[in-house]
Design a protein around this ligand. Sequence first.
Ligand code: MRU
Length: 343
Amino acid sequence: MRTIDWDEEKSCIIIIDQTALPDKMAVMDICSLEALQEAILKLRVRGAPALGAAGAFGVALLARTIPPMMLPDFVVELKAGAERLKRTRPTAVNLSWGVERTLSRALAGRDIEEITALALREAKAVADDDVARCRAIGENGARLLRDGDTVMTHCNAGRLACVDWGTALGVVRSAIAEGKRVSVIACETRPLNQGSRITARELMDDGIPVTLIADSMSGYVMRNCHVDAVIVGADRIVEDAVFNKIGTYNHAVIAKAHNVPLYVAAPLSTFDFARREKDVVIEQRDPDELRRCGGRPTAPADVPALNPAFDATPMEYVTAIITELGVFRPPLDFGQLRQKLKI
Ligand code: MRU
């Protein structure tokens, strides 16, 4: 099943609850905006492209759950709910992108019924589109990999971070589909272990060779073992930096020191053409995520702790960005890029 989808019978969102991984592939119905916000905050649904689809389906759900009222009041409610949804997590730009794309198409409707129908139609299009874009990213990125390559990745930029297929892991899947033998080194990704819980699970389920390492081992591994490329996803790409899961910057610096290329695989919905690094808010999460692991304390309960969810990697560390419309090598000039891609 897809990571996030629409359940026609129940008329609600259905997700794979990623907090249950690696033990269980649990499925969860999301029937209200509040439930969706909870799922996003707790990382039941996570990963930038999946959040784009969550934003889109969230608008569709919201339109259905607003109590009966006159059209102007309905539009005010819909816009207010959409704003709340956008603010649930601040760093991945895809969430607000998905909300805005769906809201603007839906508001072309002339009455509540039409707005509601258009919202769902657009949300489904966003989800289908994401799958197609990930496939294209995979094909474009696979050309950068050779038979026998070993790829290091961080966090989870796989099918569970998207609607399906994946971005960074989509590149690996596409290379394997072309007949290349590619293996993966998955960094654990503390504090919430998306690498060990999710990436390791999804690669093993697909029979893709994977070796797990702790985040602090990436220097050792790049120095002493053979790593052909680091491929990561992104939560937001601005002209001067790539925002991704905390720890990406460490790997980027180490990769550059060892002449290992760092590729960022992401759909164009992850690009933020309006901001630069200094303008982006990095989500700060509950320090208990660091002080505890698997429900058990791993530090004194009252030790002060920092827990930024993302970091920014300056463009000079990025070898290339793999998108659905091609591979782009920094330095990037966003003005020229938009002209070239006509976006
Ligand atoms: O906090 P998360 O798990 O939502 O963070 C996810 C990441 O940082 C991913 O690497 C990123 O969203 C790219 S997913 C294709």
